[in-house]
Design a protein around this ligand. Structure first.
Ligand code: NDP
Length: 488
């Protein structure tokens, strides 16, 4: 059976405990690999490796760092097929999605920050002083040193690379803790880092449980900043450790994103996008539009077409090229999602489960996989738990609205504020509503359009800090002001 070890100082090494955790293929429910069960000892070794690589990497010319990142991007593209297959096996997502979205975006992340580091500029301010003297203040942005990067299971390498790329482009070294549920693609990255010429110790990957390896990383005094993507409860727990140590923190957390559909839209265009927003990666994307609010005048027609389109999704073996909808990521997550489907019924919702028959017709190898067909829930008030709590699975609620004010109030009426979508042909309404929505990203007439230069992150319980271009480069640097006085 394949062993997934740690990657420290450029070498693959077993955990100090010599213990292993089972890694399951979610589409089959079978163990397919063993994972290093790391703890504080492994974190200590990895941080030491990162610390010793830090001075040289921090002084390596930006152009050199950039070249290495470009090489890495090329190697990821070279290995796209193998990485997409590994990602699909690890997560249960359709291989087509891994091939066209996750892995290409990993390469783009490295290539983007390879360019960004060459374009980085800093500020200069001239200050008037008495007697005609003056001072020039300029800002130096220097690497922080060793940073900790913790990522979730839904887009494992994509989200991890979005942290590694700006961190090392800016001259930091890092210790990464991927999700224990989906460790394979980060493991495969290790060899590519070596092949690209990333010096040993610049990127270290410690596998294992969040409660052991993850918490030890957050608590390590030499780790000066933590960039975390995951659930809100984990993020707040982690902040309790990091805040008293005055660590820099970026928290990308949960979402319960609204999707507002006004009555002037072309349903032929909107329905497929609402399906995509609701059910991409089986609804396990933090940005999924899981709460649809639709103008009452078109509500029934929308629901009819939406239901038909969801019903037509091809549920199947994630490794099958024609599959559009795979399995959930783990048995525990399947149980959580199913408990919310029960809750929706208890709360009085009308629950429609799509493709039930076809789910039963899965190939034999998937008989024990963690499959949950898409679910549409109607008839629930926006304040009920089903519409308030993050399910992070293929469960979408559809609710009618009577006015723009009501739509905005319902959209904003949760503790989360990660993203929102709105669909309208009225440009004034688009701007007005976009301004009123409490969310870090508002998509108008689109969903999941990504420009790596823009700030990304959530408001309210969806997090603090911003990732994306300039914001990420700033997060991974310390700003120092140099003030030079000169007489006139
Ligand atoms: P978790 O919060 O459970 O885990 C995220 C990572 O943190 C994992 O690597 C986990 O390890 C680790 N971890 C767990 N406990 C600790 C701890 N005490 N200290 C340090 N690290 C710890 O999230 P999930 O993996 O379940 O991911 C789903 C969540 O991520 C959803 O809420 C989703 O909304 C959110 N998310 C947010 C995004 C955003 O951009 N805002 C993007 C994608 C997802 P282990 O797996 O071993 O527990």
């Amino acid at each position: 059976m394949q062993q997934i070890t740690n990657f420290i100082a450029g070498r693959f090494v077993e955990a100090a405990s010599t213990a292993w955790l089972d890694v399951f293929e979610p589409a089959t429910g079978q163990v397919y690999a063993r994972l290093a069960d790391s703890d504080e000892r492994d974190i200590n070794v990895a941080v030491a490796a990162a610390e010793s690589a830090s001075p040289v990497w921090g002084r390596t010319p930006a152009a050199e760092r950039s070249k290495i990142l470009v090489r890495l991007a090329g190697l990821i593209e070279r290995d796209l097929e193998a990485l997409a297959r590994a990602e699909s096996i690890d997560t249960g997502k359709p291989i087509r999605l891994a091939r066209t979205m996750d892995i290409p975006r990993v390469a783009e992340n490295f290539r983007f920050f390879a360019g960004a580091i060459l374009q980085a500029s800093t500020e200069m301010h001239r200050t008037d002083l008495p007697a005609g003297a003056a001072a020039l203040n300029y800002t130096l942005r220097q690497p922080i040193g060793v940073v900790g990067l913790i990522s979730p299971w839904n887009l494992p390498l994509y989200l991890l690379s979005w942290k590694i790329a700006p961190a090392i482009a800016a001259g930091n070294t890092c210790v990464c803790k991927p999700s224990e549920v989906t460790p394979m693609t980060a493991h495969l990255l290790g060899s590519l880092l070596n092949e690209a010429g990333v010096p040993p110790g610049v990127v270290n990957i410690v596998q294992g449980l969040g409660s052991k390896a993850g918490s030890a990383l957050v608590a390590h005094p030499s780790v000066k900043a933590i960039s975390f993507t995951g659930g809100t409860a984990t993020g707040t727990a982690l902040a309790r450790t990091a805040a008293p140590m005055l660590k820099k923190l970026s928290l990308e957390l949960g979402g319960k994103n609204p999707n507002l559909i006004f009555d002037d839209v072309d349903l032929d265009e909107v329905v497929p996008q609402a399906v995509r927003a609701g059910f991409t990666n089986q609804g396990q994307v933090c940005l999924c539009g899981s709460r649809i609010f639709v103008a009452r005048r078109i509500h029934d027609e929308f629901l009819k077409r939406f239901t038909a389109a969801v019903q037509a999704l091809n549920i199947g073996d994630p490794l099958d090229e024609s599959t559009e909808f795979g399995s959930l990521v783990s048995a525990a997550h399947l149980a959580k999602v199913q408990s919310y489907i029960e809750l929706a019924k208890q709360e009085g919702g009308k629950v429609f489960v799509a493709g039930g028959d076809r789910a039963l017709a899965l190939p034999a190898r998937c008989a024990r996989g963690y499959f949950q067909p898409p679910v549409i829930v109607t008839g629930l008030p926006p304040t009920c738990r089903t519409q308030q709590e993050e399910i992070f699975g293929p469960v979408v609620t559809v609710t009618p609205f009577d006015s723009e004010d009501e739509a905005v109030a319902m959209a904003n009426g949760t503790a989360y504020g990660l993203s929102a979508s709105l669909w309208t042909r009225d440009i004034s309404r688009a701007h007005r509503v976009a301004e009123r929505l409490h969310a870090g990203t508002v998509w108008v007439n689109c969903w999941l359009v990504r420009d790596l230069r823009v700030p990304f992150g959530g408001v309210k319980q969806s997090g603090i800090g911003r990732e994306g271009g300039e914001e990420a480069m700033r997060f991974f640097t310390e700003a120092k002001n140099v003030c030079i006085r000169y007489p006139n």
